[in-house]
Design a protein around this ligand. Sequence first.
Ligand SMILES: [Zn+2]
Length: 85
Amino acid sequence: MLFLSLVAIENIVIGVMNSYANLLLGVKNMTEAKICCICGEKFIGWGNNPYPIKKEGECCKPCDDNVVVPARINYIYGDKKNELN
Ligand SMILES: [Zn+2]
């Protein structure tokens, strides 16, 4: 009975440690500096999909708002000048 209880406690402790490790990994991912593929500036946090300006990489929020989103709107409404060749 004591043995079962210890196993149960051990499983709970391992579960909590795994959750904590996942949390730390997630935080690391959120705080890791990345380079914007459009302006080349460092940024923190989740990158944005730069399509149709770039096919690969991640861009910062200002570039997403000021460059990528307008390009997407142009792309959708038929102005293909921002389209990748
Ligand atoms: Zn940028």
